[in-house]
Design a protein around this ligand. Structure first.
Ligand code: GFB
Length: 320
């Protein structure tokens, strides 16, 4: 991928996509195509086909998806299944029809079995039952991985799945019902501090652990992968992961934190000094999903933003 390569960032207004666009621009990539949702609905087969025929991008970052936290996934399973299957199927198939050179398909750590050995290696894919609260989303993403693998095998395409851990960063979704945990806690503690509240109520037991990757780090990792030499990039497509062979690579920090300790960290940084209550009627979800990122580290990339620094940045951004 060169400075003048024609790049399409699908989902450029989202948390991941906006970070990709920001970092691509900063790195001097200027020939970038983006379409807002009202300009192009990627669920619309004909509109997506016409877009690709007209624009003919050379590289595609597929960050467009229907995403959300544990409550949203648990409440709208049909939306999470249908919208993600539709978007990825249209973009991957039309990338093939229009000779896209490389496509990076963004997935998430929930594709792995809920009882995976930790940290989770890419080869653990399909090795056990999924976490119930987000299985429709996970099955949709697993289908996207299978689609990339099938097109690579049959048509010699170069499509790679980038499996990201939990994300946070500028432009996150702060909706308390449908957002992710990091955004929810940032908002809850910021508002509690501002309103001099004496109690903050969080979900679950506080025992689950999560790994949090700053969105700009994800973007840098994705651009690092898309600018790998042909030899290195192609080796990720044919990688034989134990008895399985799927074109995926994990992107994470290699460290996780309990929700309880995360709440203490955010309370401290936000200056909130009241009580924290854990509402056990709300789901915990999977207890742990720490990614093994050796494959990415061996290629020469590792994340830079430590969680306290990332939380400070996001809190500042939220309160701006
Ligand atoms: O980010 P999150 O909503 O989803 O995190 P997952 C849920 C965890 O944080 C659970 C706890 O253990 C919740 O009990 N939690 C505590 C809270 N307080 C809150 C709160 O106020 N809001 C939220 N949202 N959680 C998602 C998948 O799983 O991970 C997605 O559903 C995607 O599909 C994403 O894969 C990366 O981390 O459990």
């Amino acid at each position: 991928m060169k400075a003048d390569s024609k790049i399409y960032v699908a989902g450029h207004n989202g948390l991941a996509g906006s970070a990709m666009l920001r970092n691509l621009n900063e790195l001097g990539f200027k020939n970038i195509i983006t379409k807002n949702h009202d300009e192009l609905d990627l669920i619309d087969i004909e509109a997506t086909s016409n877009f690709f025929k007209t624009e003919k991008p050379e590289y595609v970052f597929l960050a467009a998806a229907k995403v959300g936290g544990i409550h949203a996934n648990n409440t709208y399973p049909a939306d999470y299944f249908f919208q993600n299957i539709s978007i990825q199927t249209n973009v991957i198939h039309n990338s093939y029809l229009n000779d896209v050179k490389r496509l990076l398909f963004l997935g998430s750590s929930c594709i792995y079995p809920k009882d995976s050995k930790q940290p989770i290696k890419e080869e653990y894919l399909f090795s056990g039952p999924l976490e119930k609260t987000n299985s429709p989303f996970a099955v949709a993403k697993l289908s996207g991985i299978a689609m990339c693998s099938s097109y690579n095998r049959q048509y010699n395409t170069k499509y790679l799945g980038a499996m990201s851990t939990n994300l946070y960063g500028p432009g996150d979704n702060y909706d308390l019902e449908n957002g992710h945990v990091m955004a929810a806690l940032i908002r809850k503690f910021s508002e509690a501090k501002k309103n001099n509240a004496t109690t903050v109520s969080l979900w679950g037991s506080g025992n689950p652990r999560r790994e949090f990757l700053y969105s700009d780090d994800l973007a840098k990792a994705c651009i690092f992968l898309m600018t790998l030499s042909n030899e290195k990039f192609d080796s990720l497509l044919q990688n034989n992961l134990g008895s399985k062979s799927y074109p995926i690579i994990n992107i994470g920090t290699g460290e996780d934190i309990s929700i309880k300790d995360l709440s203490l960290l955010i309370a401290k940084i936000s200056g909130y000094k009241g009580k924290v209550f854990f509402d056990k009627t709300k789901p915990d979800g999977v207890l742990r999903k720490l990614l093994n990122v050796d494959m990415l580290h061996d290629l020469g990339w590792s994340s830079k933003t430590v969680i306290s620094e990332g939380v400070e940045k996001v809190l500042k951004n939220f309160n701006a």
